[in-house]
Design a protein around this ligand. Structure first.
Ligand code: FAD
Length: 453
């Protein structure tokens, strides 16, 4: 119920969301203004164009780390593979007591065939299912798009473009929103990402020699403060992505029919937002989670600025000359706005010096990130997997841009004629759509701020 949001909660959530974004000279307010007034409107219109709206992805790859444990997928395959004693293949089973309890509860409900569980599961399956509609005409057009380039995967474990399982998905038909995907499956994914693939502190800060080795998600915020810039950047990027995903599910939430009559309906869910970002309900972490979204936005913003000369000459081929010209113009307008922003992230602060340690850290950074891209194949809800894969690929593409080219720093660019630098159509579509997701999240924060006041 929206009315239960109190003014205090509004103050708590938003009053700390101001000033420095941290680890850069930029302020939250200047990004709000840039995004909400300039970038969000142009980007939203651009992302509805054919070039950006169809994303090629392989959603059939199986999870390389453990067997699918999403509770609703579990219902469909419990006869053979999804037994509770199944052990993950590579990552050790580190279920916490409460997660074991939760998983067992679901299994119990499942076995007892409880109606509530069936209903919830039906909802999750329905909301999480992909709408795979693509017209025959569009399929024929895709054949002519194939000529596009190849590139060396750097940050992401990129889907094999030639695999038979690669399919185009219409992103507009499958918006990122509430899907009901919750419980042990997503928690295992987030936990694996933070606890096994984010960096741990290089020193122990008086917490004993083993501190950090088994740092939990909850403690990551605390320990990230004491880590070196590169490791903290890694954590903040992931946390910013997590924030963005969770804002979208609050922003486009499915409410049950009012008083049990009529249709369920989509709307903003302020209470859900509060649950996730109110400092009083998140061990004081909510505002920092939100700031991490701004930080992630700033990184992708800088990547677009750096790749602007390359993207301006790239061409956005769909076979319809007028459409392609319009898209190129829209992209150029967007890139001009982005390049004029005075307070870009300075990537030359990262991996400074050419020491052995820095080279080692950089390759670990790449490896950790690539592993996260593989974890996306473990997401147990197709829509979430689609957007998870897209956003991780988009972020990986941004990082690839930031660390490409001869120079680094806010004024450096990737030259259009740089032969060593190429982006595929899929990477470009992912980069723009991933940035679009962050932009839409920052825009949604404004909506929640207004609803709460
Ligand atoms: C890749 C992926 C995509 C998803 N896409 C969707 C989707 O499209 N629609 C949908 O409805 N659900 C989606 N989900 C599920 C959603 O993200 C949540 O996992 C789910 O709503 C359960 O939320 P929760 O409250 O248990 O906490 P979770 O969001 O699962 O978080 C787990 C723990 O991480 C910590 N945490 C939370 N936020 C942050 C942050 N920003 N930074 C650092 N730590 C944090 C907290 O300690 C929290 O308890 C997705 C999950 C994944 C892994």
């Amino acid at each position: 119920d929206k009315l239960s949001w109190s003014g205090d909660a509004a103050d708590r959530c938003f009053c700390k969301l101001q000033g420095e974004v941290d680890d850069c000279s930029c302020k939250v307010e200047s990004l709000d203004s840039l995004n909400n007034n300039k970038i969000y409107p142009i980007l939203t219109s651009l992302l509805s164009r054919n070039y950006f709206r169809y994303f090629k992805v392989n959603l059939k790859k199986s999870c390389p780390f453990w067997s699918d444990d999403s509770r609703c997928a579990l219902r469909d395959c419990h006869v053979n593979v999804c037994q509770k004693d199944e052990v993950p293949i590579k990552i050790p089973d580190v279920d916490t007591h409460s997660e074991k309890h939760e998983r067992n509860k679901y299994l119990k409900e499942l076995n007892e065939g409880k109606q509530g569980f069936e209903e919830r599961c039906a909802e999750e399956r329905e909301l999480g299912a992909l709408d795979a509609t693509i017209s025959e005409e569009k399929k024929a057009e895709f054949q002519t798009w194939k000529e596009y380039d190849e590139t060396l995967p750097l940050f992401c474990d990129i889907d094999d473009e030639h695999s038979n399982d690669m399919e185009y998905v219409d992103l507009l038909l499958n918006p990122e929103r509430y899907t009901g995907y919750k419980g042990p499956s997503p928690r295992r994914i987030w936990r694996s990402i933070y606890e096994e693939n984010c960096f741990k502190p290089e020193k122990n800060y008086g917490y004993g020699p083993d501190y950090g080795k088994d740092a939990s998600i909850e403690s990551m915020f605390f320990i990230a403060r004491g880590m070196c810039l590169e490791k903290r950047v890694f954590f903040r990027l992931i946390s910013g992505l997590h924030t963005s995903i969770n804002i979208h599910l609050c922003d486009k939430y499915l409410f049950p029919a009012k008083n049990g009559f009529g249709q369920s309906y989509w709307d903003h869910n302020l209470q859900e937002f509060q649950q996730r970002f109110d400092p009083a309900l998140t061990h004081d972490q909510g505002p920092q989670r939100l700031k991490n979204l701004y930080f992630t936005y700033l990184i992708e913003l800088r990547a677009l600025a750096k790749a602007a000369p390359y993207l301006k000459q790239k061409g956005f081929y769909t076979g319809d000359n007028q459409e392609d010209e319009d898209v190129q113009k829209g992209v150029n307008d967007l890139l001009d706005i982005i390049r004029k922003f005075p307070d870009h992230f300075d990537e030359s602060q990262l991996f400074k010096g050419n020491t052995k340690e820095m080279q080692q850290l950089k390759s670990e950074f790449v490896l950790h990130f690539r592993n996260i891209s593989r974890i996306m194949d473990c997401v147990g809800c197709d829509k979430c997997k689609l957007w998870g894969k897209l956003q991780v690929l988009g972020m990986g593409t941004a990082l690839k841009i930031l660390f490409s080219g001869d120079s680094m720093g806010p004024d450096s660019i990737v030259k259009s004629q740089d032969k060593d630098f190429q982006l595929t159509r899929t990477e470009i579509v992912a980069l723009f759509n991933a940035f679009g997701r962050l932009s839409s999240s920052i825009h949604a924060i404004e909506t929640f701020r207004k609803l709460a006041s």
